[in-house]
Design a protein around this ligand. Structure first.
Ligand SMILES: NC(=O)c1ccc[n+]([C@@H]2O[C@H](COP(=O)([O-])OP(=O)(O)OC[C@H]3O[C@@H](n4cnc5c(N)ncnc54)[C@H](O)[C@@H]3O)[C@@H](O)[C@H]2O)c1
Length: 250
């Protein structure tokens, strides 16, 4: 295989949704020569993504993985080590969203969003690091959001969880530097995916009107992730890559 990610073993969480940021990364990374491990809780969609990538000439496999489940992470790493001998890139992409302000958020909803968006990222890094150390230049890509940078309205638990991802990424970057493993966060603006479908048209229009370039497409973010996954970003760690069409520029 040739390409910017030739021969790299890449694990992407939450990569099943056809119009999602994870699937866009999976397609692009495979086209750039990676072997992509598509993981998700939606097995049917995950298998479909793998068939799609393989039909296009790429290399991929499906791994069922609920990012909130520590035992599932442990089992996933045992399997990847046995099949591939290492991991080169971990994209902690899985995430969930809810439009609820600080007063209307139930404790159960708060804990669910934190379990996926924050604890899932923590567990992924914790359990993937031994395999990333076996790579010649490991890279961790953690999905935060513009919601992890600036307040944007009624998404209290989501924003808090994404702010935590931002700082955890910097903490892990310091920890991993001795092994030359990079840890960076990506901060997309509002991108047209299944997640955006859960937001009312009025709220979406408000975001579009506040964004100089309007709403983004999944590929806009996937190319930023490609840079972080590739060896070209070898001197970049602890950084925040904002891909938001100018939303936070004002
Ligand atoms: N779309 C946006 O506008 C936007 C903006 C900023 C940040 N983000 C972040 O980018 C990432 C991807 O977002 P998206 O828009 O593609 O979302 P999406 O809802 O389209 O897809 C999310 C995927 O995660 C999977 N998933 C959910 N819970 C999971 C779990 N517990 N374990 C494993 N997989 C799980 C879903 O099945 C789905 O395939 C998320 O972390 C999100 O917060 C998205």
């Amino acid at each position: 295989m040739t390409g910017r990610l030739a021969n790299k073993i890449v694990l992407i969480t939450g990569a099943a949704a056809a119009r999602g940021l994870g699937a866009a990364q999976a397609r692009l990374f495979a086209a750039e020569g990676a072997h992509v491990i598509v993981s998700d809780i939606d097995d049917a969609q995950g298998e479909a993504r793998v068939r799609e990538i393989c039909a296009a000439g790429g290399s991929a496999e499906y791994l069922p993985l609920d990012v909130t489940d520590e035992a599932a992470w442990e089992a996933a790493m045992v399997g990847i080590l046995a099949r591939h001998g290492r991991l080169d890139v971990l994209s902690n992409n899985a995430g969930v969203f809810a439009i609820e302000d600080v007063e209307s958020t139930s404790l159960a909803a708060w804990q669910r969003i934190f379990a996926v968006n924050q604890t899932g990222v923590f567990l992924g890094m914790k359990h993937a690091l031994p395999l990333l150390r076996l790579s010649a230049g490991g890279s961790i890509i953690n999905f935060s959001s513009i919601g992890g940078l600036v307040g944007f309205g009624p998404a209290a638990a989501y924003q808090a969880s994404k702010g935590a991802v931002r700082l955890l990424s910097k903490n892990a970057a310091m920890h991993c530097a001795r092994d030359r493993i990079r840890v960076n966060s990506i901060h997309p603006g509002v991108i047209v995916t299944q997640m955006a479908d859960s937001i009312t048209p009025e709220v979406i229009q408000g975001f579009a009107d506040s964004t100089p370039f309007g709403l983004g497409q999944p590929e806009d973010v996937a190319y930023a992730a490609l840079y972080l996954a590739s060896d070209e970003s070898r001197y970049m760690t602890g950084a925040e890559l904002v891909i938001d069409g100018g939303y936070t520029a004002r």
